[in-house]
Write a protein that binds this ligand. Structure first.
Ligand code: NDP
Ligand code: GDR
Length: 386
């Protein structure tokens, strides 16, 4: 062991294989941390987002190490915390899909709610209350049914899904362990944040994937749920900076992380199609609402896609509403008030919605161009969407 090894900070990230886990790992490694991550055992590799960070665990200088674990297994979590002795734990692991939480509510409560308790209780039982700081991945979904806007740290919660109710338990148990045992434990109440690494079934990524495939002639129609929902969308890269800052303060506290700008799902769709040169017009209402191709900016299409034949023509219906994607109870409007994090943490996002959409569409176009090349050379490619 050399001096660097002795003095560097140690972080443990649950949910390291997820969108935020990947960006946070990159950030902490760039700051010289030893990063431990918890990954689940899966029948196929699930480390795509962090493969570029892999290091040989046998190497003396290895500063990124993965451990098998699960939020539903207390003994496993306690053992990992004992072995790794983290200065900071970032609890990002969760069944994070709101719609799916209606299908698997008990599992969601276990992983997202009780899972958080397992982390806090492990730190307490191991006597690490004064050593280990804990970040809890709380969410704007806590606000649910609109009580007031913009939503801040003092806005009342009204969760509207099994996911949000589980996260509400996690929020309060974090506050309770802070107050009861003096643990430096904080909630980051993060509004929606996206990136090219976003899971494929969240709305932004579903849209940017579909836009890219439609533009490349690999898909005809994008089927959507509620087009009127409004979200405060930021970039995950900006939001993991906030997570880090929340654990670097003198006193633990809870923070809203948001851009303060809200946008309808339908407008995100229009922005994404505009990136490939397609202008949409929406007609109808509710399940009859469709997005029709109104005009094509051929210059842009040619620049961004480098294809010579377009399968779409003006008047084509590119977007349809499918009630399958409606939620039993919906969160209609989210818009965050980031004043506290701006002031106390000095946190300000670097990305805006336009730059986020641009980056996501560009990445997905590049991804599907590879599939197109494979298809052209006679290979079978699975192009399934949800
Ligand atoms: P992702 O869905 O991309 O990642 C979730 C991570 O949790 C994955 O690594 C997943 O593993 C892991 N995981 C799921 N269930 C378990 C389990 N039982 N045991 C261990 N690990 C598990 O989410 P994000 O990165 O987008 O979000 C990170 C956290 O922030 C989540 O808690 C989410 O609820 C919360 N959040 C997210 C927001 C957003 O807009 N992205 C906003 C506010 C809060 P695997 O890869 O194997 O599936
Ligand atoms: P959300 O994100 O539920 O806000 O949770 P999602 O992207 O799934 O939905 C956003 C809004 O879009 C509407 N919508 C659709 N959503 C999906 N997934 N698929 C569709 O086809 C579709 N059509 C319309 C939804 O109804 C909703 O109103 C995300 C997750 O990352 C959570 O883990 C996190 O806590 C919150 O953001 C903040």
């Amino acid at each position: 062991m050399n001096n660097t090894t002795n003095t560097r900070k140690v972080a443990l990230i649950t949910g390291v294989t997820g969108q935020d886990g990947a960006y946070l790992s990159e950030l902490l490694l760039s700051k010289g941390y030893m990063v431990h991550g918890i990954k689940r055992r899966t029948s196929l590799f699930n480390t795509d987002r962090i493969d570029h960070l892999y290091q040989d665990p046998h190497s003396e200088n290895c500063n990124f190490k993965l451990h098998f674990g699960d939020m539903t297994d207390s003994m496993n979590l306690t053992k990992i915390i004992q072995e790794t002795q983290p200065d900071e734990i970032y609890n990002l692991a969760a069944m994070s899909h709101v719609k799916v939480s209606f299908d698997i509510p008990e599992y969601t409560a276990n992983a997202d709610g009780i899972g958080t308790l397992r982390i806090l209780e492990a730190v307490r039982l191991l006597g690490m209350e004064k050593k280990t700081k804990i970040y809890q991945a709380s969410t704007s979904e806590l606000y649910g049914l609109v009580q007031a806007v913009p939503q801040s740290e003092t806005t009342p919660f009204y969760p509207r899904s099994p996911y949000a109710v589980a996260k509400m338990y996690a929020y309060w148990i974090t506050v309770n362990y802070r107050e009861a045992y003096g643990i430096y434990a904080c909630n980051g109440i993060l509004f929606n944040h996206e990136s090219p690494l976003r899971g494929e079934t969240f709305v932004t990524r579903k849209i940017t994937r579909a836009v890219s495939k439609i533009a490349l002639g690999l898909q005809n129609t994008l089927y959507m749920g509620n087009l009127d929902a409004k979200r405060d969308w930021g970039h995950a890269k900006d939001y993991v900076e906030a997570m880090y800052l929340i654990l670097q303060q003198d006193e633990p506290s809870d923070y809203v992380i948001a851009t303060g700008v809200t946008t309808k799902v339908r407008d995100f769709i229009s922005l994404a199609f505009a990136e490939v040169g397609f202008n949409l017009r929406f007609e109808g209402e509710g399940v009859d609402e469709v997005g029709i191709l109104d005009s094509i900016n051929y210059q842009l299409v040619a620049d961004s896609l480098e294809v010579s034949e377009y399968k779409v023509k003006i008047g084509d219906v590119l977007v349809k509403v499918d009630p399958t994607y409606f939620r039993p109870t919906e969160v209609e409007l989210l818009i965050g008030d980031p004043s506290k994090s701006n002031k106390v943490l000095g946190w300000k996002p670097k990305y805006n919605l336009e730059s986020l959409v641009k980056e996501m569409v560009k990445a997905d176009v590049a991804l599907f161009k590879k599939d197109l090349d494979l298809i052209k050379s006679g290979h079978q490619v699975l192009l399934q969407e949800e």
